[in-house]
Design a protein around this ligand. Structure first.
Ligand code: SAH
Ligand code: SF4
Length: 402
């Protein structure tokens, strides 16, 4: 029996709107130092203070300048007047019967505080020896992959780098990954004294490569050695196939790549993943072959959702193996996760096994991903929020009221 615990969490540190103050989360060190110089600090001191702030924010999880004991009291007060270290508001937190946790986070728009706040979902998947945070990059999605719940929500807006990192920082806080915090008692985290969040996947709501600059900035900050310090090998960015941004992702961000493949013929992929009409299979696979840093130790993951009677035949499996032959690849078969009114059903388990056998025999190990968090709509492709895109008129009216 699946058991659902629904936790409202009103006590969470809520700083929705920066109220004219500058948000520090999501700024790189040079930007923070620049802002300090603009407020009268000398270059050298600004650089030193920026490093201290960075350490407080990303290593210690501080949100309050008063706690920053290595900064003189007068300066702490001045910083609090001009800057803010925000966290998203937690609208809800749910825990699945399998320990998967899903948050609904709310963000105000710091640049346009009269606009209504937006909401996104973030998922935490604990395993024995690792914990993976599935992070959103956009509110909704411009793309309309036919099997994906997020695709039924129009794009409202891109998340900022600070909002992308805000999901990570809030989750680390809730899971006790900052010094002095306890582990949660209402759900599992990996055993041992490793971190609760050891891996990040950009596989939540949205297409990360349609929000490239913010995603790049957030991931470079998340992997910075003197901050959150997650290895780039433990960060995976998943794309539906925005070909022009694949090479820059490898060269400038350097994280692991996952491709939402889902079909091995252009006619079918055009239907399932419509971006294929713009960048068809051959171009996509060519970009994968030349992904900077790809090799047998750093393989590209190809995700393939198992849709009954649509893409799950033996012939599809053989074609999949053939297509990926010259690419250092891992294959991830994802049983289709249903959502309200979804137009597909998941392939039967014997069909998935037969498909997986063909893939296995070609040398790919354990390719079937166990669905996690289905009972709370936290599994792949089940994320969505109520936030709606405003009409231009409503948006203009909201902006004018400010
Ligand atoms: N927009 C990016 C990131 C989302 S990742 C992308 O498409 O790659 C989420 C993964 O879950 C993608 O591989 C997506 O194709 C897959 N997915 C979407 N809907 C699904 C569903 N209903 N069941 C299983 N997987 C799904
Ligand atoms: Fe957007 Fe990815 Fe869903 Fe496609 S699968 S609609 S790209 S979130």
């Amino acid at each position: 029996m699946s058991q659902l615990i629904d936790i409202a969490h009103p006590a969470a540190a809520t700083v929705q709107r920066a109220g004219g103050k500058m948000e520090l989360v999501g700024r790189d060190k040079a930007e923070i130092a620049g802002a300090l110089v603009a407020r009268g600090l000398g270059d050298k001191e600004a650089r030193m203070r920026a490093s201290q702030l960075w350490n407080w924010i990303y290593v210690n999880g501080a949100t309050d300048f008063a706690a920053m004991t290595n900064i003189a009291k007068g300066l702490r007060t001045a910083l609090a007047e001009d800057f803010v270290i925000a966290r998203p508001e937690i609208v809800s937190e749910q825990i699945s019967s399998d320990g998967t946790r899903k948050w609904l986070f709310r963000f105000g728009d710091a640049d346009a505080p009269t606009l209504p706040p937006v909401e996104v979902e973030t998922v935490y998947i604990p395993e024995e020896d690792r914990g993976t945070l599935c992070v959103s990059s956009q509110v909704g999605c411009t793309l309309t992959c036919s099997f994906c719940y997020t695709g039924t929500q129009r794009l409202v807006r891109n998340l900022t780098a600070g909002e992308i990192l805000g999901q990570v920082l809030m989750a680390r806080e809730r899971l006790g990954d900052f010094p002095g915090l306890g582990r949660p008692t209402d759900g599992p985290v990996p055993t041992g004294d490793s971190r609760a969040i050891s891996n990040i996947v950009m596989m939540g709501m949205g297409e990360p490569l349609y929000n490239y600059d913010n995603v790049k900035k957030a991931l470079l900050i998340a992997s910075a050695g003197d901050g959150i310090s997650l290895s780039k090998r433990r960060i995976t960015l998943s794309t539906s196939g925005v070909v022009p941004y694949i090479e820059p992702t490898g060269r400038e961000i350097g994280v692991m790549l996952a491709i939402s493949l889902h079909a091995v013929r252009d006619d079918l992929r055009d239907e399932l993943v419509p971006i294929n009409k713009k960048w068809p299979l051959e171009e996509l696979l060519e970009a994968c072959r030349s992904y900077p840093g790809v090799n047998n130790a750093r393989r590209i993951t190809f995700e393939y959702v198992m849709l009954k009677g649509v893409n799950d035949s033996d012939a599809d499996a053989r074609e999949l193996v053939r297509l990926l032959a010259r690419i250092p690849a891992k294959i991830n078969l994802i049983p289709f996760n249903p959502w309200p009114q979804s137009p597909y059903t998941c392939s039967a388990s014997d069909r998935i096994e037969a498909f997986a056998d063909i893939v296995n025999r070609a040398g790919y190990a354990s390719p079937v991903r166990t669905p996690r968090g289905r009972d709370i709509l936290a599994a792949c492709g089940q994320l969505k929020s109520e936030t709606e895109r405003l009409s231009k008129r409503a948006r203009d009216a909201a902006l004018a009221s400010g």
